[in-house]
Design a binder for this molecule. Structure first.
Ligand code: ARG
Length: 562
């Protein structure tokens, strides 16, 4: 059965086609999943790799298929007819190379230009997710690690939102516990007149004594205002539900887990298989721990908020903590045993941020919130670079002060975000203003510049691009046009992968490659004033649209002039 419904996801569409033909070719072999990947060679655009593992399974059982090559041919013959696939060829020992129809690629892009890029949004099976990110501690400094969590978490939330998932963006601030009690004690000691001095114990805090509560609220407020400045600048939205929020749910949660609890030197703990140290649920002094709160929060998110996917973004130093309490939740039956089925939890961990000396990144003063300084610096440097560039270009590129400021901010903050996101998050990353603000190579500056250039090509054509979108036709006759077109179409499967694998760098890599494809096309194919002008302007516009969507998902503000 050929069905030409297309949601923009090439890979998925090919999987459907090959799934159908594999079922017809080897009906007796159960559990065959189509293996489709982008082709590395020149022969095709994609390849299907099923035959190599399938052949040994049917060898000898089939009378008419004599080798892998023949099996591959049989799979190709049974492929449902489709406008999308131009041709397939089989190579030893059974690789199937798939060439897509250029006409069809062009048509799909025309379609996106008319309907908008949302038609390429991934479809996921979850309806509601919690992304727990940023989450600084009130009694401690908000450091670059929290900035990294903020940036990565925001991107993950944006990708899920684009995929039509309702996202609860949660700031799980550390606003409670021993650390906090110690801070209040210190404050009362240092400023005895403020409200009330005297002995304070952690118990007073955990039991909610009014005097301490007032002081507590004050400290939280101050800290909250500082953080809000950073979030505002980064245009990151978050809803604070700090550790203290889950306090009323602790008792019930402990009650639910009571079958798993053991006594250990006066404390109440839960032992999990494979972990030497148990999870500490209630300390010997009756206090609760970070893990206690996280279990209560998980309970709340699953039962009250009805989230199906809960994603925690912190540095990898907390890996053990998450593994252990996830494990407890599985033993308790809150989560399925299989960690890929829903409701599902994921710890999105990332490496430390290093300074250029290779050591853990530190800003000058350790006891202020230095993140705003960091952003200021990025903006200042990018402003200087923009002024310098405009001078060197000696063209008419004049900035109004307001334009310059806005652009410097978009470029500076964008650069800081991109430098972080483009790395595989599991590796430590080296923070360097110079590197992230370079105008060549894999930086936001370069990418934003590419977007500005495309915008100016379209502007200079003097054509009404919105009108062209409705009526114009796209042809991809030049090899560089086709390569760019194919890459544009691969946007959908890329976002899906970045989103389901929780790897923003996959999207960054795509975006960088997109600008490379564009440059190659622009170098070899004249746009304005050429016979193919309309088609090529449409290709420029499609590139700009996809770039902007990528920027949006990465939390970067696009610029149209640079
Ligand atoms: N406040 C913690 C920290 O700064 C991060 C909290 C992460 N979220 C969570 N649910 N444990 O290390």
């Amino acid at each position: 059965a050929s069905n030409e419904e297309f949601n923009g996801n090439l890979k998925q569409k090919l999987e459907e086609l090959f799934d159908a033909s594999l079922k017809l070719t080897v009906p007796d072999v159960p559990g065959v999943e189509p293996k489709i990947k982008t082709a590395v060679g020149k022969k095709g655009d994609y390849q299907c790799d099923n035959v190599m593992s399938l052949w040994p399974r049917i060898k000898g059982k089939s009378t008419h298929i004599e080798d892998g090559l023949a099996l591959g041919q049989a799979v190709v013959e049974k492929l449902p007819s489709s406008e999308m696939v131009e041709s397939c060829s089989v190579a030893k020992p059974g690789f199937i190379d798939i060439a897509l129809s250029t006409k069809w690629i062009a048509k799909s892009i025309e379609n996106m230009l008319i309907s908008g890029i949302d038609i390429w949004a991934p479809t996921l099976s979850v309806k509601r997710a919690v992304v727990d990110f940023s989450s600084p501690n009130i009694a401690k400094v908000m450091h670059v690690g929290h900035l990294r969590s903020t940036i990565i978490g925001d991107t993950i939330a944006r990708m899920l939102e684009y995929s039509n998932v309702e996202v609860l963006r949660r700031n799980h601030v550390g606003d409670w516990g021993t650390q906090f009690g110690m801070l209040i004690e210190y404050l009362f000691e240092k400023f005895p007149d403020s409200d009330s001095a005297g002995d304070i114990s952690i118990d007073d805090l955990q039991s909610g004594d009014p005097v301490y509560c007032k002081t507590w609220a004050k400290i939280c407020e101050t800290s909250r205002n500082e953080c809000a400045k950073v979030y505002q600048r980064l245009k990151v939205e978050l809803e604070e539900k700090g550790e203290s929020f889950y306090k009323p749910y602790i008792a019930n949660m402990i009650e639910e887990l009571k079958g798993l609890v053991e006594e250990d030197k006066g404390a109440r703990v839960i032992f999990t298989k494979g972990y030497k140290t148990p999870l500490m649920l209630v300390k010997s002094d009756g206090g609760f721990t970070y893990a206690t709160t996280d279990l209560a929060a998980l309970w709340y998110r699953l039962n009250e908020e009805k989230a199906e996917w809960i994603i925690y973004v912190t540095d990898d130093g907390q890996a053990k903590h998450f593994e252990t309490f996830f494990k407890v939740a599985r033993i308790a039956g809150w989560l399925p045993e299989n960690d890929k089925t829903y409701p599902r939890v994921d710890h999105v961990k990332f490496g430390v941020v290093c300074g250029e000396d290779g050591k853990k990144f530190k800003t000058r003063e350790a006891n202020t919130v230095p993140l705003t300084d960091l952003l200021d610096e990025a903006k200042t440097r990018s402003k200087a670079a923009l002024i310098k560039r405009a001078k060197e270009a000696r063209d008419t590129k004049e900035w109004t002060p307001e334009e310059l400021d806005k652009t410097a901010e978009a470029v500076g903050y964008g650069a800081a975000k991109y430098a972080d996101l483009k790395n595989n998050r599991l590796t430590a990353y080296t923070f360097s203003y110079e590197k992230m603000l370079e105008d060549k190579g894999d930086t936001a500056v370069y990418l934003l510049y590419a977007h500005a250039r495309i915008s100016s090509i379209i502007r200079e054509s003097g054509k009404d691009i919105d009108e062209l979108k409705k009526t114009g036709k796209l042809a991809l006759d030049h090899a560089d046009e086709r390569a760019l077109g194919l890459h544009l179409l691969q946007f959908a499967e890329t976002v899906k992968e970045a989103c389901t694998e929780l790897l923003p760098n996959v999207l960054c890599k795509y975006l960088y490659k997109l600008s490379e494809h564009f440059n190659k096309f622009y170098l070899n194919c004249r746009v304005n004033g050429s016979a193919e002008e309309t088609s090529r302007l449409l290709l420029c516009e499609a590139t700009a649209i996809v770039m902007r969507k990528c920027f949006h998902l990465l939390g970067i503000t696009p610029v149209y002039k640079m």
